[in-house]
Design a protein around this ligand. Structure first.
Ligand code: GUN
Ligand code: ZN
Length: 427
């Protein structure tokens, strides 16, 4: 057994439905075989377990491991290419880089950089857009396993309107997906995710092959993009004249359920929100990407009011960093900019979106998302240099909500001093 000692902040109940930030100063969290067996005041937990090893995290704050519900592994090296809307950025930046993943050695190097980037940012679980090439997806799973991360990912598939080397057929997509899932699905911390790039680049036949794969791989996730950019939405609506909407292009093919995560949804109509809510599907809100590509201001209030589950994604490389703390802050900014249409966020909302909401979106909330007894010890210790601006403002925080707001405002990967998954220290 190990006892972790620190100031622990988490959100076991959603602040969107009345939950508040749970604060335990000088807490003790007892962990055996990766699972939290006891938590309470440190002195009490210590007295009950006098022989346990103690890991002291007395400065800063301990948070649940961060959950990134939308991030692209082959795009690490194109982060920060600003100045283009979605479809130009894909053609000029993202897809030329993704074509390089045909070279497995190149893919392995980038996969290692990617996993390292996630861990440095305090991310312990991610739903990852893989690559269009199966050997590159193997590299991603290998690196995730070596790094100890929880990763769900899959082969990205498309059969139209992208550069030709990124295209495949529905039959090949199904065969490759099944083989990859056979190698990696439910191996330790890994899961398979069926991943059509977006309806713009996938025919009905390809979406149908995705539906077959989803039913063939028990417990697999489904992920794609939706309603990100108005030019994209217009194109998709033209390509699927018999569908009611962009969301319906996936719904028609039985691809919407409780393990489905669609990125963006910046421009939904009410019927689309109702369809997502009825299916129990989640939306990965990616605020830095939406800002960088000028995609729009995410209608969080409408999602919440219509019962759609929402979590956060970095969307690297359109998103500008691996840090979910920065995404939380950016989501706050964007809701503030929406004025009366926005949903004012507190620090507890930001933490919930970056942790428990992501765990729920990936159907992992029975295991991770907060630091309650019975959950895995997935945690991040944020502890700035005392002389840094964050160190200074934390020392003068009014209370724990205020301290957490300061963490979101100022913390970055350099303030992440420890990262654990199931009690294994990754950093
Ligand atoms: N839509 C289809 N592919 C992508 C991608 O790589 N990034 C983003 N942001 N949107 C997409
Ligand atoms: Zn994306």
């Amino acid at each position: 057994m190990t006892i972790y000692r620190g100031t622990v902040l988490d959100t076991p109940e959603s602040p969107f439905t009345g939950g508040v930030l749970r604060v335990e100063a000088d807490a003790g969290i007892a962990v055996t075989d990766g699972v939290i067996t006891h938590r309470g005041p440190f002195a009490q937990v210590r007295a009950a377990n006098p022989d346990a090893e103690v890991v002291e995290m007395t400065g800063g704050v301990v948070l649940p491991g961060l959950v990134d519900t939308h991030v692209h592994f082959p795009q690490v090296r194109v982060i920060g290419a600003l100045g283009m809307p979605l479809l130009d950025w894909l053609d000029r930046c993202a897809l030329p880089e993704e074509a390089k993943m045909a070279d497995a050695d190149y893919a392995r190097t980038v996969a290692a950089e990617f996993v390292d980037g996630l861990i440095r940012a305090g991310t312990t679980t991610a739903l990852v857009f893989g690559a269009h090439f199966a050997p590159a997806v193997d590299c991603l799973f290998e690196q995730a396993a070596a790094g100890g991360l929880r990763v769900s990912a899959g082969l990205v598939v498309s059969d139209r309107l992208l550069r030709p080397e990124l295209l495949t057929t529905p039959e090949q997509a199904h065969a490759d997906g099944l083989a990859l899932a056979g190698r990696w699905h439910r191996k330790d911390r890994l899961r398979y995710a069926v991943t059509p790039r977006f309806s713009l680049s996938t025919s009905d036949a390809m979406l149908e092959s995705c539906a077959e794969l989803l039913s063939d791989v028990d417990g697999a996730l489904f992920t794609s993009h939706v309603n990100e950019n108005t030019a994209e939405v217009d194109t998709v609506r033209g390509l699927f004249p018999t569908c009611d909407s962009y969301v319906d292009t996936y719904g028609r093919h039985r691809l919407l359920g409780r393990r489905s995560v669609l990125a963006h949804n910046v421009h939904p109509d009410d019927a689309e929100l109702d369809q997502l809510a009825a299916a129990g599907a989640s939306v990965a809100h990616c605020p830095s990407s939406n800002s960088a590509l000028g995609s729009g201001l995410f209608p969080l209030r409408r999602h919440v009011e219509r019962g759609v589950r929402v979590a956060l994604g970095t969307d690297v490389g359109a998103g500008t960093s691996f840090s979910l703390l920065r995404e939380g802050l950016q989501s706050y900014f964007m809701q503030a900019l929406l004025g009366a249409d926005g949903l004012p966020l507190t620090a507890a909302h930001m933490l919930y979106l970056a942790t428990a909401a992501g765990a729920a979106a990936l159907e992992m909330d029975s295991e991770i998302g907060d630091l309650s007894v019975g959950k895995q010890f997935d945690a991040v210790w944020v502890d700035p240099d005392p002389g840094s601006t964050l160190g200074l403002v934390l020392a003068h925080a009014a209370d724990s909500d205020d301290a957490l707001a300061k963490v979101f405002a100022l913390a970055g990967p350099s303030d992440v001093r420890g990262v654990w998954v199931s009690g294994d220290r990754l950093r």
